[in-house]
Design a protein around this ligand. Structure first.
Ligand SMILES: N[C@@H](CCC(=O)N[C@@H](CS)C(=O)NCC(=O)O)C(=O)O
Length: 303
């Protein structure tokens, strides 16, 4: 199989979620370090405009958003699973809750202290990404976020009083998903002190922190671009007739996140199933690329 390449950066929480899944499954993977803010000239040709991190690349196929990356990793490396038997829905729902609720209760708490020291280019970049919201004002949300964070962490801590991991005695997607926001808190000591008050949570945190990242080797961004250029997409057309929008294979569509980073990716529809939409694009200098997205968290429009 072609190499598994993760485009990421060290301090990216959503990448940390994927790195822990790689560790659990003992995956050999290559890490391409991408910029923390725009421009990202060695990422955008692969994604067709999508700017968020992490992004998974295998040859000329590129998976955008951790939701679809997790599905692909589970398909390629099914054992050990991140979906404990009988808890599949719980694992997926915990993942969505962690990304959309738990994570967003951590950012104001962290940036309340860090706002004064992060470069103004970072604040401007994130404000643009959030379409009009002023990221500098995130600190105003800190008091409410702190209250919610404490309640969320208490929910996890109570569960962890009775089980080693969140969905039983083995590591699952639920753990990877709830780990990354707590790991993000560690970027700022006062923020992390909120988590340190919970002893069961801390035991669990340290266990997962010690798992490492699997077998990883760095790769230069240019090498990843060359791999894309030298490969052809390996995705067969799979457009389900049962699709509620009755989109046809080959139709021109755009796919855009529904929460932030509203950069549409436009191409010909090649996959449209319950959980995935994928488009094929002709990228100048690279040739054909297929970009894969999850259905949850994205909008699809005919263009
Ligand atoms: N829903 C996305 C969220 C990803 C996300 O917000 N990633 C952050 C980094 S952890 C990001 O891309 N921030 C803006 C950037 O890096 O340009 C996912 O699950 O992958």
């Amino acid at each position: 199989m072609a190499e598994v390449i993760l485009h990421q950066y060290v301090n990216s929480p959503f990448s940390e979620k994927i790195r822990k899944i790689f560790a659990h499954k003992k995956v050999s993977w290559r890490s391409v370090e991408q910029p923390v803010i725009m421009p990202k000239p060695k990422l955008i040709p692969l994604t067709g405009g999508y700017r968020r991190i992490p992004v998974l690349q295998i040859g000329a196929d590129v998976w955008c958003d951790s939701g679809i990356i997790i599905r692909k990793i589970e398909e390629l490396f099914p054992a050990p699973t991140v979906y404990p038997a009988g808890q599949e829905a719980a694992a997926d729902i915990m993942n969505q809750w962690a990304d959309r609720r738990l994570f967003w209760s951590t950012t104001p708490v962290i940036f309340e202290k860090l706002a004064a020291v992060v470069p103004k280019e970072f604040i401007e970049d994130r404000s643009k990404m959030m379409r009009g919201a002023n990221f500098a004002e995130i600190t105003l949300m800190a008091p409410d976020a702190r209250n919610q964070l404490r309640a969320f962490l208490d929910i996890l801590d109570r569960q962890l009083a009775r089980s080693t991991f969140l969905l039983g005695n083995s590591f699952s997607l639920g753990d990877a998903a709830c780990f990354h926001p707590v790991w993000f808190l560690r970027a700022e000591p006062t923020a992390f002190s909120h988590a340190q008050k919970f002893s069961n949570l801390m035991r669990w945190f340290e266990r997962i922190d010690a798992m490492g990242y699997g077998d990883v080797k760095a790769m230069e961004p240019d090498e990843a671009l060359k791999i894309a250029r030298d490969s052809s997409p390996a995705t067969p057309v799979n457009v389900e007739a049962a699709d509620p929008d009755t989109l046809k294979a080959g139709a021109m569509v755009s796919v855009t996140p529904d929460d932030y980073g509203f950069d549409p990716v436009t191409g010909r529809l090649v996959v449209n199933t319950t959980h995935e939409v994928a488009v094929e694009r002709e990228e100048p200098g690279l040739g054909k690329i297929v970009n894969h997205f999850p259905k949850i968290g994205f909008r699809i429009a005919s263009v």
